[in-house]
Design a protein around this ligand. Structure first.
Ligand SMILES: C[S@@+](CC[C@H](N)C(=O)[O-])C[C@H]1O[C@@H](n2cnc3c(N)ncnc32)[C@H](O)[C@@H]1O
Length: 258
């Protein structure tokens, strides 16, 4: 059996790029009254969302930023090459720290799967927000995917089976380690068990500060965004709300408008 990439396993078990592109676009349009054509995927890893973005039309373009060479290598040699030749020219990847603004400006910038939680200091989160604001076009939007609720903070382990074409059934384990109530930092890890019985232990590990929605909104306003909204899950759709009922676990989006 040929070696299986941990990035493919991650994409199949964690990501839903088609849903993201369709949904976030609709919200961008209804909030700004403009179509988003250019997209920057921050913390892009294997760049699946950037590659999905350019499938929309020949006018759509995307840039993925990550400061690690290894996931970017996968992005450009696997995901980018699966696009049509014209689409391949509409997407690019760059090894860059997201704390640094890009020269090119974008209609929509996203930090998905809680990636901005790598910043533990308020000063760094503020710097990131300012850098995104600088990198947005007028009427641009910034989407941050945020998880929370008490169940996200307790030591726990969730397993699920994913079907990997040509490989078979792979077990994915999401492990939550001890939460520190003083620093509000917690460790998380993803492991995979392959059909051969071999484990890919700690295929991905995260050392995240668990930020509250309210403190992130305050930082975004301080950075200069003119408005922030919360998209909150209700049934199988997201709606803009200002208050919500207590949930043991939630995934919400903050949208910050330039
Ligand atoms: C959680 S993963 C990517 C998740 C992916 N965006 C998704 O939606 O599933 C985080 C990635 O962020 C990258 N990263 C972490 N800090 C970064 C920074 N300051 N600048 C750029 N990339 C960073 C890591 O190299 C890693 O590939």
């Amino acid at each position: 059996m040929k070696p299986i990439s941990k990035h493919l396993l991650y994409e199949l078990s964690v990501q839903s790029p088609e849903w993201k592109v369709q949904y976030l676009l609709q919200f961008h349009q209804s909030l700004t009254r403009k179509k988003a054509l250019s997209f920057r995927e921050d913390f892009c890893g294997s760049g699946r969302i950037a590659c999905e973005w350019v499938k929309q039309s020949g006018k759509h373009s995307a840039l993925g930023l990550d400061f690690e060479a290894e996931p970017l290598q996968y992005a450009s040699t696997v995901n980018q090459t699966q696009l049509s030749i014209p689409q391949q020219k509409q997407v690019s990847f760059k090894k860059q720290n997201v704390l640094k603004p890009t020269l090119k400006k974008f209609d929509l910038i996203g930090s998905f799967n809680f990636s901005h939680s790598v910043f533990h200091e308020r000063a760094d989160m503020l710097r990131y927000a300012k850098s995104v604001l600088k990198s947005l076009n007028a009427a641009g939007s910034f989407f941050l995917e945020v998880a929370g609720g008490p169940d996200f903070l307790k030591e726990d382990r969730h397993e699920k089976i994913i079907k990997v074409p040509g490989v078979g059934r792979v077990k994915q384990v999401w492990e939550q380690h001890q939460f520190d109530p003083i620093t509000t930092v917690s460790d998380y890890s993803i492991h995979f068990k392959l059909p051969t019985g071999d484990w890919l232990n700690d295929a991905f590990t995260y050392h995240w500060r668990i930020w509250g929605l309210r403190e992130l909104r305050e930082i975004l306003s301080e950075a200069g965004f003119k408005k922030t909204l919360i998209l909150w899950p209700e049934g199988d759709a997201y709606h803009p709300v200002e208050t919500a009922e207590h949930e043991p676990f939630f995934i919400a989006y903050i949208v910050a408008l330039k």
